[in-house]
Design a protein around this ligand. Structure first.
Ligand code: R7I
Ligand code: MG
Ligand code: MG
Length: 314
């Protein structure tokens, strides 16, 4: 693949996360909303402010870039320090408790198991995973391992880990596809199905395929789920992408229009769509307003440089 196109997929996925998150942020918890309303709300804003989804995605990218790959302890500390600087980003209930325990001296790789029963299956480890999806786009075994281990920091339930791996894989597959060639939705879903182990996600992917010709958004939202749990939000993001693969804007507006956990489903949809279509597909009027855009682009470029070097030497 042309190196400029590949680079634009890295930046597209990370900036796509931020834009999807910010566009969806005003509608969290709504039942359903018209895409037009989401669009005009985003267009009216002077700044597109992101939430915890992007804040944690930035932490992942920072840690991966600094260590030229995954270092769990470093990533856990990066999350914690970022949270301490900006605790007002709208974090879910679990992560702040985990960061306080790590700060108090608990082991970063065990502490998450103390939350809920066997760890959280919230979507918090999937919403932030775009940097893993792009960096490990040509190594799905490595991608799975890093998705699981990064999830372990805050979301140690197997459904949380698997949700992170599914979202990372969707980003990776999107990076690897030629944006000039029309996407085959069924094939994309089938490849994800082949990658994923857990029955809960396999069933959701089957449903997503069955819903490809569905025109009623309420049915899609009801069947796939739009909740804060990973299994009730990653499938909706994958569906929003495959059903609107030619347009970043349409994919994100559709994702947010489903209601529920709108910033997160918007962020994950934006990550996949940006990874397929590249940064140029993100509407300029949104991209330019994204808070910290230049810093996010810089992080994506650092990950791209690591990718180039690894492929060059391997
Ligand atoms: O996953 P998490 O970081 O939250 C992310 C969400 C996104 O929507 C962000 O935009 C932000 O708004 O927050 O936070 P967690 O506390 O780990 O999980 C979120 C929720 O999932 C929990 O509050 C629970 O409601 C639910 N949950 C569980 N419920 C029962 N049993 C997660 N794990 C369990 C469980 O094991
Ligand atoms: Mg959020
Ligand atoms: Mg959310």
């Amino acid at each position: 693949m042309d190196e400029e196109i590949l680079k634009s997929k890295f930046t597209g996925s990370l900036v796509g996360t931020g834009v999807g998150d910010a566009v969806g942020a005003g509608f969290e918890g709504w039942r359903m909303v018209e895409p037009e309303e989401v669009k005009s709300a985003a267009d009216r804003r002077d700044v597109l402010t992101y939430t915890d989804d992007t804040h944690m995605m930035i932490g992942m990218a920072e840690s991966l870039a600094e260590n030229q790959g995954f270092d769990g302890e470093h990533m856990a500390h990066t999350f914690m320090e970022n949270f301490e600087r900006e605790p007002w980003r709208g974090y879910g209930p679990g992560p702040p408790r985990i960061f306080r325990l790590i700060r108090a001296g608990e082991a970063w790789d065990r502490v998450a198991e103390r939350l809920y029963r066997g760890g959280s299956y919230g979507n918090g480890s999937a919403m932030r995973i775009a940097p893993v999806g792009v960096l490990y786009h040509d190594d799905l075994a490595g991608l799975r391992e890093v998705a699981y281990r990064s999830s372990q920091i805050t979301h140690s339930h197997e459904l949380g880990k698997e949700g992170a791996a599914l979202q990372a894989c969707a980003v990776a597959l999107a990076v690897n596809l030629d944006p000039a060639v029309a996407l085959n939705p069924r094939q994309f879903l089938a490849e994800l199905d082949g990658f994923i182990h857990h029955e809960v996600y396999k069933q959701k992917l089957d449903k997503a395929a069955d819903l490809l010709s569905e025109t009623d958004r309420a049915t899609v939202a009801g069947e796939l789920g739009t909740g804060i749990e990973a299994f009730n939000s990653v499938p909706a993001a994958v569906y929003s992408f495959v059903s609107h693969s030619r347009s970043f804007e349409e994919a994100v507006l559709f994702a947010v229009s489903l209601g529920g956990d709108t910033d997160t489903i918007g962020a994950m949809t934006g990550a996949i769509s940006g990874a397929y279509l590249g940064i140029g597909s993100i509407p300029e009027r949104w991209r330019m307003k994204l808070e910290n855009r230049l810093y996010i682009e810089e992080l994506a470029e650092k990950l791209y440089e690591i990718d180039i070097r690894t492929r060059g030497s391997g």
